[in-house]
Design a protein around this ligand. Sequence first.
Ligand code: CTP
Length: 448
Amino acid sequence: MKTVITYGTFDLFHEGHYNILKRAKALGDYLIVGVTTENYDASRGKLNVVEPLMDRIEHVKGSGFADKVIIEDYVGQKIEDIQKYHVDTFVIGSDWLGKFDYLKEYCDVVYLERTKGVSSTLKRAEEFQIIRMGIVGSGRIAGRFIAEARYVSGIHVEGVYNPHSESAREFAKVHELDMYEDDYDAFLKKVNAVYIASPHETHYEYAKKALEYKKNVLVEKPMVLRKEEAEELFRLAEDNGCILMEAIKTAYAPGFMRLVNMAKSGLIGEIKDVEACFTKLTGDNTREFMDKEYGGSFTELASYTVLPIIKILGCNYRNIVFNYYNVHNGLDGYTKAIFDYAEATGTSKTGLKVKSEGQLIISGTRGYIRVAAPWWKPTEFEICYEDISQNEKVYAPFKGDGLRYEISDFVSQVNGYGGDVFKLTQEESVTIAGIMERFLMEHRKRIK
Ligand code: CTP
């Protein structure tokens, strides 16, 4: 009996997939088809796969050519599968020509001509309108967004808005954007979604107006600095049938979701403490320190440190105590916020003028999870126990600057698939806005 194997994502199953399975089967007696997991696709940068794994498997089975379907979850697995299933022939489309020659050591490798004019990428483009994104603000993060958006299909950055025409023009030139505007209304008419990356305190007005124009909105963190504003924006988004999403990149990173879920699975017992620290030494002449009203360590960095606390311990804390060290202009150079929960405690440490060990530690009654800096871009974490021989390391993908994950989830939400809302819920964004508001209120009162 001759065994043939082939692999693919098989998203939105199409004629090209059908043809390759048919021809693969004809090359032998028994066909094994490997279908990629979401996790594997994310790790190799294939974002925006529309259909869940089980649906993709069903379609492969539905073709009637597969005698066995297996799941492909990591680079190099093909070598293992070929040996395990005594495969005679490996088949793949001609788009991969030469890429799998290393398998010739184990079996025959056949590249079959691709079916012309059809692909999952094309089908996704046909099915969903390309999101024409406009960027509000032209700072550092806006530039990074453009670079990262190139890794996500279904979205195109159209142009930039800045009330200072010269800054907008310069940014558009550097990033090769066709459009720049200093008139917000005119700008909104040219796009169907916006990414708001302007100074914190301007987010609310920009987001509100964009939603009134029925545009989908992705807002940099902190989304807003008042709880009521967050609630109002979410209401407006719902009323106008738009997506409103807060861009805390960590929330959408594959590794972060995994560590939160592992922590909550009972692996380390009942969770009693979540401690998160993020410090980044910054000069006095930066936006973070020039903005005397809304700048400082907490507003700048606490969206990151508060995130694991509320994701794991919930939004219903009993109290927060803020302790801080203020610098010459009255802004907090370092803030330690202690969260009191009925059954646990949380600590957020943020610093722009104090350097500390930036780690995330989740402590439970049986063990703890440790994520070293930069835990906000998690690539690995360790589960630790009293008996250190039981310790275990977990690895996760995190590519580039990592904005691609939130961008990809934004695209899925706008297109109405993916169900990624749980990664950062409305309640969580509203809670973070409330915490920012409380910090600013208390901090102002105390420095007066
Ligand atoms: N394939 C093919 N003809 C096509 C499209 C895909 O023969 N028109 C083959 C690929 O070469 C591969 C298999 O089908 O062997 C699974 O490919 P997959 O990556 O799932 O499909 P694509 O349509 O190429 O997906 P995408 O556009 O997302 O890259």
